[in-house]
Every structure is written in C-alpha cells, then in structure tokens.
Design a protein around this ligand. Structure first.
Ligand code: ADP
Ligand code: MG
Length: 964
C-alpha cells in the first residue's frame, strides 16, 4: 500500500495487523460494451445484474466436436450495454474518491482484451467522460474552497510531502510564473482545449461528503506508462536542448518529428514507509479539473507521439495516472496551513488502464514486436500469478512469496495488495465471438481476483485543534471589517460606538498651516500633539494586545471546554449507542415474546374450540345413552309382560296335557287290562290243557291270581325285585341244539298258534320283553318266570303270574354248605372267542346240554349263550339262575341274572364322539346302550378297567347286586 505519507519525518510503519483486521475482497465489476456492428456474432449474455454467460461461438463448437459450452461468471456487479459512464462512475469510482478525500488509498484498473472498452471506460470519449475525468471533477468539487495556495505543499523526491511557509510559497510562485513553465489555471471552460473539453461535463458533477474544512488540500498528478516492463514518465519535461524544444504545457505538438527525444525509463523505489514509487517522476500540482485533465491529455499526447515515433502499439502498454491528495490541518487561527510535517496526510488514487490481455498481438507480431508482446503478456501473467498466490495464501493460510517484483506493474502496486486500501477492477468485455477464448480467460482471472482480500483502510486521527477553525476565522474577519466600517462615525441619531468614542477622545490636531519655514509655534504644537497621539496609540495597542491575548486565552479555554464537551458528547453517544443496542435487543425480545404469546393464544383458541366440540359430542352421546336406556327399560318391561303371559299359557297348556295324558293313560290301562284278562283266560285254558295232558302227580291246580293281586306288585314296584322266571327246559334235538335262546323263544311263539288252535292259550308277549331284557344287561324286569327243567322235554313254556310267590313252592337248596355248585352249560355250538375275560366258575359241572342229573347236584345254573348283536359282533350272554327242586321231583331253574360279554374292535367310533353326537340327536339313540345312565356309568368303570383288559373289551353287568 501507499501508506499515507506524513511529511518527511522518518518513521517506521506500525505493523499493519495491529492497525487493522478488517478486510474487503477486491471489487470486480464487469462491463459489456455493445457490439461493433450488427453482423458480429455475440457470445456474451448478461443474465442478471451480477452474472454473465458466455456461449461458445458456432465455429468453435464445430472445432471441438460440436461440444456445446456455456459458462457463467458472477461479479459484484455487471454493467450491460446501456450503462452510462455516469452510472459506472457512481458505482465504481465514487467510493474511491470519497476515500481519497478521507485520506484513504485506492486503486482502480480496467482489464480486458484490446478493443473491449478499457480506455473508453477509463478516459471516455468526447461527451462521454470516463472514470478519470469524473474522478478529477469530484475531487475538485469536494476540496475546491479548501485548497492551499500553489507551492504550499511541495513533494520531495522521496515520495514525501513538505509544507512551505507562505513567503517561500509566494516566492516560488513568482519564480515559476516568470519561467512560464506552469500553465495558468484556465479561468473558464471556454479556454479549454476543444480536444478534450467535452469529456468534462459540468452537469454530472459529484461531491464527497464530510470533507474536513479545517484542512488545506492540494492535488498532484503524475502519469506514467509501463511499456515492455519499462516505466516512462509521460509528464516529464524534455531535457533542455536549444535545438529540441521542451514539451509545452498546452500540449502543442513538437515542432518537428525528427526532434523527438525518446523518454528515459524510470526506476521504482521504496520510500521510508515501504511504499513503492517511481523515482524522479514528475508530480504536477493542479488546482482544477480542467488543469488536471489538461495535464493528463498532455501525457496522453506524448504517449501517442512516442508510440508513433517508436512504432509501438498503444494497446500493449499500461498507463497509470496517479492522483495524490495532500492535506494538512490549518493552524489554530484557521489562517494558515500548519507547519507540522507530521500532520501532513497524503493519499493517492491510481487509475490504471492495463494493456490488452490477449495472448498474441492483434496485428502481426514480428521481431521486436513479438518480444514486446511477450513482455506485455509477462506483466499480465505476473499479475495473474500474484493474484493466485495471494488468494492461496489467504484461503489456505499459507505464506508463499508473492512475485510482485517479477514485473513493474505488480511491483508498483504491491502495497495495495499486502497493505491496506481499496482495490477495484473493471473487467471490460467485448461480446464479439472472435474474442471468445480470450474473454473466457479474462473472466476466469476476474472471478479469481474477487477472492483476494485487501485490508480495509482505517480512519486517520485528526489533529488536536478544534474543529471549525476556518469557519470561525472567516466569521471573525467579517466581523472585524464590519466594525472597521463603523469606524467612520455613528450614523445620525445613533449613539457612538466604543471605537468611535476612542477616536473622538484623541487630541485634535492643531492648525498646521505653515507660513514660515522657521515657524516655532506650529511645529512644536504639532509635534506635541503627535507625541500625545503616539502615546495614546501605544497605550491603545498595548490594551488591544492585552485584550487580544485575553481573548485568545479565553478562546483557548473555550476550545478546551469544547473539546471536553465533545469528548463528553462522544462518551454519551457511545453510551447512547449501547442503550440503543439494549433497547433494540429488548425490542427483539418483546417481539419474540409477543409472537410467542400470539402463538399460545392461537393454541388456546384451538383448544377451546376442541373442548367445545368434545362437550357437544358428550352431550349428544349422553342424550343417546338416555334414549337407549329408556328403550331398554321399555323392552325389558315388555319382555317381562310377555314372560308372564307365556308362563300363564304354559301352565294352562301343561294342565291341559296332564289331563289329556291321564285320560289317555286310563283309557290305555283299561284296554290293557282287557287284553290281559283275555290273555289270562287263554293261559288258563292252556294250563288246563297242559295239566290235563301231563302227569297226575300234580293234583293241585294252580290258582289264577286275581287281577287286583296281579297289579299289586306293579304298583309296589318303584324298584321291582327280580321275579322268578320259570323256564321249562327240554333237551333239544341234536340238530337244533345250536339254535339260540332267542330262536327257541320265537320257535315257541310260533307253536303257540298251533296250541291255540288246539285250544291252548295265546302266547305271552313277555318273551319279547325278555328279549328287551337282554339289552338291559340281564336286569330282569319281567314278572314271575319259572323254567321247569324236565328231561328231554323240548317244549318251552312260559307262565306269567301276577303273584309274587310261585304257585308251587320251590325248595331252595341251602347255602349253608358255603361253596355254591354251578352247572356250567356251554352249548357245543358256541364259538371259541379267545377273550381274556372268560367265565371261570370253580367246581362247576360243565355240560353242553342241560341234564337233570347235573342240575340235581347243583344249586346254580349258568348258560353261556352266544348271538350276533345288532352291530354284527358276537355277544356272549351268561344267563344265570338258581336251581330249585320242584314238588314233582324235577329241577326248575329260576333265571336271576344275565351277564353280557361283548367284544368290540377298536376301530369303533369313540364313545366320547358318540356321546357328543348323541347330544343333539338323543332321540335317534334313545333305545341304544348309551342312553342309559347305568350303561354310561358301567362304561366309565370299564374304561378304567379297560387299561387292564385291553381295548374294545366290555364287561357289562353287576351280577351280585341283583341278588336277593
Ligand atoms: P481498449 O482500450 O480496451 O482497447 P477502447 O476503449 O479503445 O478499447 O474501445 C474500442 C472502441 O470501442 C472505441 O471506439 C470505443 O469508443 C468503443 N467502445 C468501447 N466501449 C464502449 C461502450 N461501452 N459504449 C460505446 N462504445 C464503446
Ligand atoms: Mg485502450
């Protein structure tokens, strides 16, 4: 950076980092110029005020296998085709000028390919002044009334600035004026060179705000050109040569082309503050925009001539126009510039029009030209490298050396990048498709440059004098002159002023008419008077000085007070700022809380609404519940009524049916009694026949029991005891021995009609009852049965008596002997079943046919009888009876018990299932074994025993229980 220079005081710079930590990126702006002509191909499009887009031109696309490429670049601001010079200036250069008058440095450069509008942007064209003339105009507009007299500020040759006293400055002015080397400030724009007059239009003038009025300012300009890495001073006067005259201030062309003296190149130096400067470079003090621009124009002309003379291409040189602003505070009186070099501030603004950034020359480059082009490119290359390294250092925290020294341009501006200041770049773009590739490189560089940051310049502290000195001094001067005017005496009628009174009190001069040279009277009188006046005058002067001193000290006191007040105000302002911040914070907090409370209110609202909805729901549901309960109550009472009705109906029906049943039972009983009587009659007849035909050993005729007696046991029989069944056994013929008892019975029944025909009574129905008995597992519910066993008697008869006792008293063998003797009658026709449970009677007399002999020896009889059951299985029945001796000497067996043995295959349906199946269909099985409770119980017992005896084996019967 070019640190604001403070006089010549040798002072080491304060380390920058302690001064300032704030950084700003390099401001990069893009300006797109209009196309040169309509038929040019355009490759640039402004898509927003910060972004442009580059399209690859058609030709290029074809060259790259039709690859279509669009790239976008973003800048701080993009200025389109219609941007005016004024708009650009306001955005880009104005802040830099403002900084300049506030002692801050700035660097502004234009970058782009040749013909992209760099020079147009920087310098402008007639009627379209560029950034340079506009900046100059703004500077002079801002400091105009506060400029120091010429030569008060005087640059030394070490980039410093001196302040000369008034007298020295005056002397120098007079000297220069006599030399006529300094151009006089043109008093009006009419006197301007018509060549550039149009570039400075007074209508658009700008002005910086906050210019310190208690300082004095001076502007110095220098203009250099860097060509082929050489620095030339464009404002340098040609060395005195009587033949080759110097440049003149008006920019008049040289008298003769052959008189051209090539300029000497300059070198770069570093000043005591480590700022780079062009050693020995001309710095011209200028007092107006016109003068400054005229100087610039002079340099411009010289450049043009040099280019022509030396056959150079202007697009390959960098031009640097440096505006230096020196400012120093006025002294305490506000009259003169303070003669303190430490208080001199110098800031500078560099306006740089860089060389075209194209890689090769636009024109044919040959020989020297080619080398030059290389150098130009070299300096721009160095600029790019420097920017790249800077960016890398800043972004990655590295500390690579930035190669500023590799080229003059970068070296000159080194201080801007590693010091502080404001750097701005205007990238100029020609949308012409021919420039596409170059433009793309320019864009890349420009985008990268934006990432470099430069330390922000800090405000300089002001000197210790009270502000507003110039203004007060001015006011005082005005007041004094006004008073002096009043010295002439009071206006008629007005009281005389103090000064007037004083003047009046002066002794009047005596008449001074001298008639004689040796007038002894007049002279001494006049002398005396004058002496008196002198005394008064001296006295007055003394008083005046005293008063002045007093006033001065008073003023200084006031100044001090003012300063302390200002400090106080500053303090208060600081506090106010803090309070403001606090208020702001609290406001924010209040805002936040208000928002929150609004939110909560909203939530409460919603909840309220929800509650209402729920309450409404609750009411509705309650109502519904009540109605349902009422309905239920109604239905319940209805049901009860119905029940009562039904109960009445059922009782009625029951009674009706009971009566009906009784009626029917009585009718049936009567009918049955009749039938019984008929049968009795038949039996009686049969018996009579039988008794007649048989033995006469029986003189007693059995008595027919009365009907009443017959009925008695039936009435008695809640649990009927087994009634002896008399079976007359007769030896069966061998062929029929295998016939079952059932068949015998049926056989007997078939005989009955024969007998009936022969006059015997009708067969009894009790046989079929007996058959039913077997299904009741041997429980005999038949009435009296007697089986008189007679040898070889095939007839099987049955007599049913209604009496409890047998007609013929039977003698029962005594059991006192202990062991019972059994006749085990197993017909030969029986099938051997190999069952586990076999009747095993000890001491039994085994017979295959009943024999009287065997019966006579025993008191118990057991017939093992087999038959096929309804389910197809063989069923073994053990028909047991007791043997009685008949009165006739025969043997009679009274059956007492039947045990049924039945073998079943395990595939038979499970009982459980059957049982469950029986549930709803009990009617179907009501005659089956399973319907009987006893059966079920025995089954239960058998199932327990079943685990011992094996599956499928059933042992039905409880023989001992039935024993009398
Ligand atoms: P460079 O300095 O980049 O080589 P110049 O500034 O010399 O380019 O511009 C080349 C030509 O284009 C000049 O005639 C100039 O007037 C014109 N030109 C450049 N920019 C603009 C613009 N924004 N508006 C109008 N004309 C322009
Ligand atoms: Mg140019």
């Amino acid at each position: 950076m070019i640190r604001p220079t403070k006089g010549k005081t040798p002072r080491r710079p304060v380390p920058k980092k302690q001064l300032n930590n704030q950084k700003d990126p390099v401001g990069v702006y893009c300006r797109v110029r209009p196309l040169g002509s309509e038929d040019e191909e355009c490759c640039v499009e402004v898509i927003s005020n910060t972004t442009i887009q580059l399209h690859a031109p058609d030709g290029l696309k074809a060259n790259r296998n039709g690859e279509f490429k669009e790239t976008q670049y973003t800048f701080k601001k993009v200025f389109g085709l219609k941007t005016t010079q004024k708009e650009l200036f306001d955005d880009v250069a104005k802040p830099l000028v403002e900084d300049l008058v506030h002692c801050k440095n700035g660097l502004l450069f234009t970058y782009g390919v040749t013909g992209s509008g760099k020079t147009y942007t920087m310098t402008g064209s007639p009627g379209q002044g560029g950034l340079l003339p506009r900046s100059l105009d703004m500077i002079f507009n801002s400091i105009g009334p506060f400029q120091a007299k010429r030569f008060v500020f005087k640059p030394d040759d070490k980039n410093g600035m001196e302040v000369q006293n008034q007298v020295d400055a005056l002397l120098e002015r007079q000297k220069r004026e006599s030399q006529q080397s300094v151009p006089k400030t043109p008093s009006s724009r009419q006197k301007l060179d018509p060549e550039f007059a149009d570039m400075i239009s007074p209508e658009d003038s700008s002005k910086a705000e906050g210019v310190d009025e208690d300082s004095s300012y001076s502007v110095f300009v220098s203009y250099i050109e860097i060509y082929n890495n050489y620095i030339y001073d464009l404002l340098e006067d040609a060395p005195f040569d009587p033949i080759k005259p110097k440049w003149n201030g008006t920019g008049t062309p040289l008298r003769h082309n052959t008189e051209f003296i090539p300029p000497q190149s300059k070198i770069l130096r570093e000043d005591q503050n480590h700022n780079m400067y062009v050693a020995g470079c001309t710095e011209v003090e200028v007092k107006s925009t016109e003068e400054a621009f005229e100087v610039f124009w002079r340099g411009q002309k010289k450049r043009r001539i040099a280019n022509t003379q030396l056959n150079r291409e202007s697009s390959r040189s960098h031009s640097v126009f440096i505006v230096k602003l020196a400012q120093a505070p006025l002294d305490a009186d506000g009259d003169n510039v303070l003669q303190d070099k430490n208080q001199v501030n110098v800031s500078q603004l560099c306006l740089v029009d860089l060389a075209g950034s194209e890689r090769t020359s636009r024109t044919r480059a040959e020989g020297n030209r080619l080398r030059e082009a290389g150098n130009i490119n070299q300096s721009l290359m160095t600029l790019r490298t420097c920017i790249e390294v800077l960016r890398e250092n800043q972004m990655c925290g590295t500390n690579k050396m930035v190669p500023y020294r590799d080229s003059k341009v970068t070296h000159l501006f080194k201080n801007y990048f590693d010091g502080e200041g404001k750097v701005r770049m205007v990238v100029c773009v020609n949308p012409n498709a021919d420039d596409y590739e170059e433009t793309m490189l320019v864009m890349r560089f420009a985008e990268m440059t934006q990432e470099v940051e430069v330390a922000r310049p800090v405000d300089r502290p002001i000197c210790g004098f009270a502000a507003g000195r110039r203004h007060r001094n001015q006011a005082f001067k005005e007041e004094l002159s006004r008073r002096l005017e009043e010295r002439g005496g009071p206006v008629d009628g007005e009281p005389p002023s103090a000064l007037g009174q004083l003047l009046q009190s002066l002794p009047q001069l005596p008449p001074c008419e001298i008639s004689d040279p040796a007038d002894d009277v007049t002279f001494p009188r006049v002398i005396e008077c004058l002496e008196k006046r002198l005394k008064i005058r001296q006295m007055l002067t003394g008083e005046y000085n005293k008063a002045a001193n007093m006033l001065k000290s008073m003023l200084q006191d006031l100044d001090g007070k003012l300063i302390s007040k200002e400090n106080f105000i500053h303090d208060q302002q600081g506090k106010l700022g803090e309070k403001d911040k606090m208020i702001h914070n609290q406001k924010n907090e209040i805002d936040r809380l208000e928002k929150k409370s609004k939110m909560l209110e909203y939530k409460i609202d919603i909840l309220q609404k929800t509650t209402n909805i729920y309450e409404e729901d609750k009411r509705v549901l309650q109502h519904e519940l009540e109605t349902r309960e009422q309905r239920l109550q109604r239905e319940l009472s209805e049901k009860k009524r119905m029940e009562a009705r039904m109960q009445g109906f059922v009782t009625d029906e029951k009674l009706r049916w009971q009566k009906e049943c009784e009626r029917r039972v009585n009718a049936k009983e009567l009918e049955m009694q009749n039938k019984l009587w008929v049968k009795d009659e038949k039996l009686k007849q049969l018996k009579a026949i039988v008794t007649e035909n048989k033995t006469e050993n029986r003189p007693d005729k059995p008595q027919r029991p009365s009907r009443e007696k017959d009925r008695a046991p039936a009435k008695r029989s809640a649990s009927p005891s087994p009634i002896p069944q008399v079976v007359r056994t007769a030896p069966l013929p061998p062929s029929t021995r295998s016939v079952s008892v059932a068949s015998c019975i049926s056989e007997w029944e078939q005989r009955v009609p024969q007998a009936d025909r022969q006059g015997s009574p009708s067969p009894p129905q009790s046989i079929s009852r007996a058959q039913g008995l077997s299904r009741r597992r041997g429980r005999c519910w038949a009435r009296d049965c007697e089986v008189p066993v007679q040898s070889r008697d095939l007839d099987l008869e049955e007599n049913v008596y209604r009496t409890a006792a047998p007609v013929r008293p039977m003698h029962r063998r005594s059991h006192s002997a202990g062991a019972e003797r059994w006749v085990d009658h197993k017909p030969l026709t029986n099938v051997e079943l190999d069952t586990v449970m076999q009747p095993n009677v000890p001491n039994a007399i085994k017979v295959t046919a009943p024999s009287e002999k065997a019966l006579s020896k025993c008191d118990k009889y057991m017939l093992t009888h087999q038959e096929v059951a309804s389910d197809g299985e063989i069923q073994t029945k053990l028909i047991k009876g007791e043997v009685f001796k008949t009165r006739g000497g025969g043997q009679a067996v009274q059956f007492t018990d039947i045990e049924t043995l039945k073998q079943e295959t395990p595939v038979a349906p499970s009982r459980k299932r059957r049982s469950s199946e029986n549930g709803p269909n009990q009617e179907q099985n009501k005659d089956g074994d399973w319907t009987d409770v006893e059966t079920r119980c025995s089954v239960a017992v058998e199932m327990r025993a079943g685990s011992k005896v094996g599956p499928g084996y059933q042992h039905h019967g409880y023989p001992k229980r039935r024993k009398p």
